[in-house]
Ligand binder design. Sequence first.
Ligand SMILES: [Zn+2]
Length: 167
Amino acid sequence: MRSIHARLIPTLWYENESGERWVPVTDADWDSGPPSGYRYQHSRLPFSLRHTVVICNADGSSSVLMAGEQSGPADLMLAVARPSLWQRVRQVALYGWPARTLPPKQAYLVACVSCEACMNELAHRHGLSWGYRRGSQESKSANTTCELCLRVLLIASPESRVRKETA
Ligand SMILES: [Zn+2]
């Protein structure tokens, strides 16, 4: 008998009117699409951050203005929250001391909202086999910004926060 851990739980599948499932597995499945009648697509994405913007009206009511989803690399989330021994060794070898870990929810947010430069710098700092060092040529070439980069600026200079918020 196979262990429950050996089975993969699908993240995307289709169902017909009777609730029968069709799960795409092979490349041919993805190419052909669902069989006729399987028109209900189900998805549950474990590493997807939902961002919702709600407008608050003067009468106390509110309505959703927009919503979207973004994700980040799972290996980065795990390394930031619970690094492996190998990643700890790599962190110390590269930087002289281990990287600060974050609670899992924060690690998840950081991995999802980070821009290209921040994501690669975090990956490098947290001992993954990809990414690059902060201040490196690759980091400068990325020329990206996100909440993480801007937060560093906000902490460094309260005046910059005012400028950012009023810009
Ligand atoms: Zn950034």
